[in-house]
Design a binder for this molecule. Structure first.
Ligand code: GLA
Ligand code: ZN
Length: 681
């Protein structure tokens, strides 16, 4: 039985439908703004994000504020029943600010300071920038923080990137001093005796990069940790300003999915709920299903940052304009993608953008309202039909839970270390791809998955999968050992448990630090294969390709389930199973084709006695299933991400809440079709 969560936005506790609206681009065209609002109503839009890039129009000169235009827009929207996510405008600054205070502009790793231009490129440390942001945020909060239409603060926009300016360098040194206290400790953590790189004081430290230090892996890790720390600190300064005026309005910031520049689990601690901007690459030939499970995995990662529903803050209604080939969403794809997001815990379907820009870099990006300015477009119709659907399902689904018996560990810091490991393979170690491949089986079969950072608690899951967890930190060894001991089922894969949080390799042959006791085996060496090179293994009734990384391992207490077929390690174990305490720990010593991954996942599910949410039926490829639950009902989202019609067999009768139809025996799904099946819990 699922939980019922409190509304993310108590002032308007409903599914949000709408998106980014930029009336500041249309201040001289009041008739367009009028028309937009009329069309928004037709599209069942109840929410817009305002003011994301409006700083120059809110404060055209230093300390000169102009809010009248925004007052008018907010009033008109509110009258039309449209609620507002009010943004703080720090994502792009006005000219005067950069001209008067060049320190607000970011410096790259070669020490070159940016000129005015672009966006998302300010220094996170600059006291002047923090102060100017505090002033404008306070003004906005004072004017609108208690307005009945304002339901959340949209803090900045897509925080990201790093700054190497002198202020940031000093802040980095201060961060290190606080962390290590003595320079000797830092030298040890960074293994800085290597190549005579020993530091004699914190003042000698410089950020890593193209013309400075690149050989100290621990320095890279601390630099990325610092960037997360400093961005979070910058965001806290923004939040303090708006919360000081009205602490009741929740704050969020829009994240970028699996973005590597920040460790989102840390950032998420400082906001009331998580939101994210999702732009999957639909309709790449033969890749749609992969894109679909990757997208679903990302929704689950985002949801698990706070273990509660989230807001899908941006998505596109049709095409983006920034890919080499920006494909239009085919009919149905938009509805499928948004309802799929809702199935994974989103409480919204929001788009970039409501009205298409007329000029500049995003003029060809699709919107709810295109350059035609009418409702006579396919996109508008699809958006408005979806709006009607969302209205219909809102009260049923809003606030419900996403129960999960499986956890996949997706750890950002470990990924940083892996990608900077200077290891056996410095290309093609697609950590995200590997983690999502382990997700696919569960996604297809309707088995709920939580995607978690290694700092999480795993004790309540039936299965924990830790693909290529290169870095063991956050006491993960202790947690996983206790988890298996108590009866859990764990799976790890090649190139796991290599190094600690400083990227120092664990010493010793079979050691507890590497969980050798839990897996009942130890790794002697690791071979790297070229792209076109394969080893193979015979497992069950099939032969599977092994690729990229092949560990040569020795079992101690583990049973060997499969062996390598070729090379000097032919007949060495490649899949092992170790009973430990009341549980079982599996290890796959090589990267492999997805068919073997799916086979392993089905074995784990069998072992854990978990079946898909539709019962014992076989689900065709291309279908993705997820579900939400409250105290009384369960809602199962069955989507067809392929371009072929698919039939899903059912073992009982359900109601499809999208059309109130009763579904039994089987359900036919057209390409990009979706149903939401209701049943009692
Ligand atoms: C990002 C930004 C938006 C817009 C879209 C375009 O998500 O947050 O302002 O530029 O991309 O796809
Ligand atoms: Zn800086």
């Amino acid at each position: 039985m699922g939980k019922k969560f409190k509304p993310l936005t108590p002032k308007y506790p409903h599914m949000l439908h709408g998106g980014d609206y930029n009336p500041d681009q249309w201040i001289d065209y009041p008739e367009i703004i009028e028309k937009d609002i009329e069309l928004m109503k037709k599209a069942h839009i109840n929410n817009v994000s305002l003011g994301i890039f409006s700083w120059a129009h809110l404060e055209p000169k230093k300390d000169v504020f102009e809010f009248e235009w925004l007052d008018k827009v907010i009033e008109k929207l509110y009258e039309a029943g449209i609620y507002i996510n009010l943004a703080t405008p720090s994502g792009a600054r006005p000219h005067w600010l950069a001209d008067e205070y060049p320190e607000v502009l970011r410096v790259d790793e070669k020490g070159v300071r940016a000129h005015f231009g672009f966006r998302h490129n300010h220094c996170m440390t600059s006291p002047v920038y923090r102060e100017r942001v505090r002033i404008i945020n306070t003004k906005l909060a004072q004017r609108y923080g208690k307005h009945p239409a304002v339901i959340m603060w949209h803090i900045s926009n897509e925080y990201g990137g790093e700054c190497h300016c002198p202020l940031c360098q000093q802040a980095f040194r201060d961060y290190l001093k606080e962390k290590y206290v003595t320079v000797e400790k830092m030298n040890h953590a960074w293994w800085a005796r290597f190549w005579s790189h020993t530091y004699s004081s914190f003042d000698e430290v410089e950020s890593p990069g193209a013309i400075s230090e690149t050989a100290i892996n621990g320095l890279w890790l601390d630099w990325w940790r610092f960037t997360t720390y400093q961005t979070t600190d910058f965001m806290k300064n923004e939040i303090a300003a708006v919360k000081a005026v009205n602490p009741e309005i929740p704050v969020t910031t829009n994240m970028m999915g699996l973005y590597d520049g920040l460790c989102y689990p840390k950032l998420a601690k400082e906001i009331d709920f998580v939101s994210w901007d999702s732009y999957p690459y639909w309709h790449v030939p033969n890749e749609n299903v992969k894109e679909a499970y990757t997208e679903s995995f990302t929704h689950d990662y985002i949801r698990c940052l706070k273990m509660k529903p989230f807001i899908l803050m941006e998505s596109t209604t049709g095409t983006v304009n920034w890919r080499p080939v920006s494909k239009m969403k085919k009919p149905g794809m938009h509805r499928l993608a948004i309802l799929n997001a809702i199935g994974h815990g989103a409480e919204s379907g929001l788009y970039f953008q409501i009205r298409q820009s007329r000029g500049s870099a995003e003029k060809m990006h699709s919107a709810v309202i295109s350059h035609t300015g009418t409702e006579n477009t396919r996109v508008f119709k699809e958006v408005s039909e979806l709006g009607a659907d969302m209205k219909k399902i809102s009260d049923l689904i809003y606030g419900s839970d996403n129960p999960a018996a499986v956890a996949i560990i997706y750890d950002k810091e470990s990924k940083w270390a892996l990608n900077q490991s200077n290891g056996p393979r410095n290309c093609g170690l697609d950590y995200d791809g590997l983690c999502t491949q382990y997700y696919k089986y569960f996604w297809q079969n309707g088995i709920g998955v939580d995607v978690l950072d290694s700092s999480a608690d795993f004790k309540d899951y039936k299965i924990v999968i830790a693909p290529m967890l290169y870095m063991y930190h956050n006491d993960i060894q202790d947690k996983l050992r206790k988890y298996v001991e108590a009866g859990g089922i764990l799976l790890s894969t090649a190139f796991s448990g290599v190094a600690d949080e400083n990227d120092l390799c664990f010493l010793g042959e079979a050691t507890d630090e590497k969980l050798s006791d839990v897996f009942g085996m130890w790794v002697e060496e690791i071979d790297a294969l070229f792209e076109e090179e394969f080893n193979e293994t015979f497992f069950g009734n099939d032969t599977y390709k092994l690729r990229e990384l092949c560990e040569v391992i020795h079992t101690t207490t583990a049973e060997t389930l499969a062996v390598y077929g070729n090379d000097y390690y032919k007949d060495f174990p490649v899949i092992t199973k170790n009973k430990y305490g009341k549980g079982i720990a599996y290890h796959i010593a090589a990267n492999c084709e997805i068919q073997l991954i799916e086979k392993m996942c089905s074995l784990l599910a069998e072992e854990a006695k978990i079946t898909g949410i539709l019962g014992n039926v076989s689900i065709p490829d291309g279908i993705g299933i997820n579900y939400r639950e409250n105290e009384a009902k369960r809602y199962i989202f069955v989507g067809n991400f392929s371009d072929k019609e698919k039939t899903v067999s059912l073992s009982k009768t359900y109601t499809n809440i999208l059309n109130d139809g009763v579904v039994f025996d089987d359900v036919k799904l057209e390409p990009y079709g979706i149903v939401i099946l209701e049943e009692d819990v």
